[in-house]
Design a protein around this ligand. Structure first.
Ligand code: GLN
Ligand code: ZN
Length: 755
């Protein structure tokens, strides 16, 4: 017998029930009891679904109302002092104060969970941080699962990972010094779980896939030797990368089991088969928790049969990581093409795949012949589908001459050619692309989608929006205008819908943070651009004004990064395909007289692999894709790029290499500190550091903007400094935008006069 278990499960629900519950609660439409009852029903539904699908051991404690890393902070009783809250007496109000902030306290900071698009709430550590075990929420979950007759395995974010993910507030100190106290708290949690009848406990240490300092690795030993004394069986879960370099160390620890992500790092299986002591559980993460494709079941049986022969019942089967990152059920999709639908496995389908693998191992392949045939058939259809393969795309990539990702001349030559026609003043002003998405815009788009508004009426409405945006920008005195992106629902979806090779689901939601979900497109086939996507809107906008209008595109890396990407080609190649499709658009824009084109790449940094050893390769192909997208334009055409908030320091050489004529970045909240990196690298091209935070309705005063720009001028020569907000303005309202931009333009004029 082998065991199927899950590391974690999605919590948002098939119809985003958790989102509805949370938002109803926040808006006072339901009370705490209803939130409580509704969320527990959802959790129970998911457990029963798992049980029905043949999962032997289900996770408990993975369900969180807002975030499981926040829940971990509550379990160890370490809430930031600034909230004055006690973890053991936390009510809903306190919980959501931490997650969403209050009038007095900003929320816990939020950041991306490793290389996923899930955001966790960042713990705050200080020298005075104290811990105290608060097992009650986890015990409640355990008892609820036990009450359903489930075999349940509590799941904890590991102590090392929790410490690592937190940030130091106040006086700097080594957060690792908190570990001894934290480990004792985990030991108490494990005691409490054991007393409540827990047998296995899963502890997640995904940081083991990062490049860890020696002190942290050494701490792993002391930490797990201590925790292994607890009367439970510990399953250490690793994921998102290989932990092969720690094989000997992990094998020497008194762990009852270890989970490996064999989708991201299949080669580590061999290493662990050599090192892993007999009699201990080895959990093989074989179906992809991060992507949506059906697994190659026969391949996995080939791999696992000898392993099962060797390990017997100590071989466990699981998805590669928590299913939090995967949509719930393909069966809900009614509009996807039948072909594409056949290739997909969301969480529910992945559970079935695990069941087939288990039966295949235990009873032989004949017992699952029809499932294997189905899986093989789907794979064959997929690999030979004309929907996927466009020979002209491959041919075009192959025919690209070397150096085709280069601009004709160097930046100084281009800058002079651009200045000659643009005739811009010093410190030119612009915006990042989008203007407020008003209710009128949204309802026009919705009506068009439903067929209630015909094509020409819709275009009429959008043109009217563009005209309004242009007139307002002229009145504000901005130098480089944008059309405002009224026609775009989302910066990825808008392009995905017009490019071939992308499909869209109706219910393929994945939690991004709290109640917020994203529905990433499915990039299943070769990418091409059948027809211009943005040209008509940009040309119309340009026809309304004598000032230059900037064309606006989402870049290849961002389109890749925010989609579920096909697994039958390297990501680098898919990215190059997207780049070529975008290049068609860039050249069409240029031909149509749009001579400033912005290619947004907010996701460039988040695409970095977890292991630094892989950074250079990624930055190389990602940068090349960006340049390929803008290749072939005239020296006089100005290419902009935009990136949102990020730590740029360690990727600045790669940013220099993008060779965009102008880069705009989000800097206002860092008080321009982010610019220092650009200064120390002597960034050679033009920069527009954001001078006001667009995430808040607060209107920036002229004095603040002046101060920020004066700071920027210490780093960036006036001749290469642009003036713009941090990011797009789509979430804002026109009155705020007009006042804020008015202040910004006035400050630019005043500083200009002084230079
Ligand atoms: N051009 C986009 C906008 O203004 C950029 C959005 C982003 O950077 N995330 O909305
Ligand atoms: Zn941005």
């Amino acid at each position: 017998m082998t065991t199927i278990h899950l590391l974690g499960f999605g919590r948002i629900g098939a119809r985003r029930e958790l989102k509805t519950l949370l938002e109803d609660y926040w808006h006072g439409r339901i009370d705490a009891t209803a939130l409580h009852t509704g969320s527990r029903q959802l959790r129970q539904r998911h457990w029963l679904l798992q049980k029905g699908a043949g999962v032997d051991i289900s996770p408990v404690g993975d369900f969180a109302l807002y975030d499981h890393v926040l829940d971990a902070q509550i379990l160890v009783g370490a809430l930031p002092e600034r909230f004055g809250l006690n973890a053991a007496q936390l009510d809903n109000e306190g919980y959501f104060a931490l997650a969403r902030g209050t009038a007095e306290q900003p929320a816990l900071e939020m950041t991306k969970w490793f290389d996923t698009n899930y955001h966790y709430l960042v713990p705050e550590w200080s020298v005075d941080t104290c811990f105290s075990a608060n097992p009650a929420p986890l015990l409640e979950a355990l008892q609820a699962a036990q009450g359903l007759g489930m075999r349940a395995k509590p799941v904890l974010v590991g102590p090392l990972t929790l410490l690592w993910l937190g940030k130091v507030r106040g006086a700097p100190f080594d957060r690792l010094s908190l570990l001894p106290a934290l480990v004792e708290t985990y030991a108490s949690l494990l005691q409490a779980l054991a007393a409540a009848g827990a047998d296995w406990v899963q502890i997640d240490e995904p940081i083991l896939a990062l490049d860890l300092p020696g002190a942290w690795l050494a701490a792993l030993d002391t930490c797990y030797r201590r925790l292994a004394q607890a009367p439970v069986r510990l399953l250490l879960a690793t994921y998102f990368g290989s932990v092969a370099s720690h094989a000997a160390r992990l094998a020497a620890l008194p762990l009852a089991g270890l989970h490996l992500d064999l989708v991201r790092a299949p080669e580590q299986l061999e290493t662990f088969l050599e090192h892993w002591p007999a009699g201990r559980v080895l959990s093989a993460g074989v179906v992809d928790g991060r992507n949506v494709w059906r697994a190659d079941l026969e391949h996995w049986l080939d791999r696992l049969e000898p392993v099962y022969g060797q390990l017997g019942e100590t071989l466990w089967l699981a998805p590669s990581c928590s299913l939090l990152h995967c949509p719930l059920d393909v069966a809900q999709e009614t509009r996807l093409s039948q072909d594409v639908k056949l290739w997909l496995a969301f969480s529910v389908q992945k559970l079935n795949e695990l069941k087939t693998l288990k039966r295949g191992l235990e009873q032989g392949r004949d017992a699952v012949a029809s499932e294997l045939a189905g899986s093989r058939f789907a794979r064959q259809l997929r690999s030979s589908s004309p929907l996927i393969h466009r020979p002209e795309v491959a041919a075009r990539l192959k025919a690209l001459p070397a150096g085709s990702d280069r601009r004709a001349s160097s930046y100084p030559v281009r800058a002079a050619r651009q200045a000659a026609w643009m005739k811009l003043p010093l410190l030119p002003t612009t915006t990042i692309g989008s203007f407020p998405q008003t209710p009128a815009i949204r309802s026009a788009r919705a009506a068009f989608r439903k067929g209630e508004l015909d094509q020409s009426a819709y275009e009429q409405r959008m043109r009217a929006e563009i005209e309004t945006a242009i007139r307002r920008q002229e009145a504000l005195g901005l130098d480089v205008l944008v059309h405002g992106e009224a026609e775009r629902n989302d910066m990825v979806e808008y392009f995905g819908e017009q490019l071939s090779g992308f499909a869209f689901t109706e219910h393929g939601w994945v939690q991004s943070y709290g109640s917020r979900c994203v529905k990433p497109p499915i990039l299943y086939g070769d990418v091409a651009r059948p027809a211009p996507m943005t040209v008509a809107w940009s040309v119309y906008a340009q026809s309304l004004t004598s000032r230059p209008v900037k064309g606006m595109l989402t870049g290849p890396v961002t389109l890749l990064q925010w989609s579920f990407v096909r697994d039958d080609l390297p990501r680098s190649l898919v990215c190059r395909q997207i780049a070529l499709a975008l290049n068609d658009e860039v050249l069409d824009l240029e031909n149509a007289g749009i001579r400033i084109i912005q290619i947004d790449e907010p996701a460039l940094r988040e695409g970095l692999p977890l292991s630094r050893a892989l950074w250079a390769d990624y930055l190389d192909w990602a940068g090349q894709a960006f340049r390929l997208a803008s290749a072939g334009v005239d020296d006089a055409t100005q290419i902009h790029t935009h990136m949102c908030y990020a730590e740029f320091g360690d990727i600045l050489p790669a940013i220099v290499h993008l060779d965009a004529d102008v880069i705009t970045i989000e800097t206002s909240r860092s008080d321009m500190a982010l610019l220092d990196d650009f200064g120390s690298f002597a960034y050679p091209n033009a920069i527009g550091p954001g001078v006001y935070d667009i995430h808040s309705p607060r209107i920036p005063q002229e004095a603040e903007i002046t101060r920020l720009l004066e700071r920027a001028l210490e780093t960036v020569p006036a001749a290469r400094l642009w003036v713009n907000p941090d990011c797009g303005l789509k979430t804002r309202q026109w009155p705020e935008v007009e006042t804020a931009l008015g202040n910004m333009v006035r400050v630019a004029h005043r500083l200009r006069a002084r230079l």
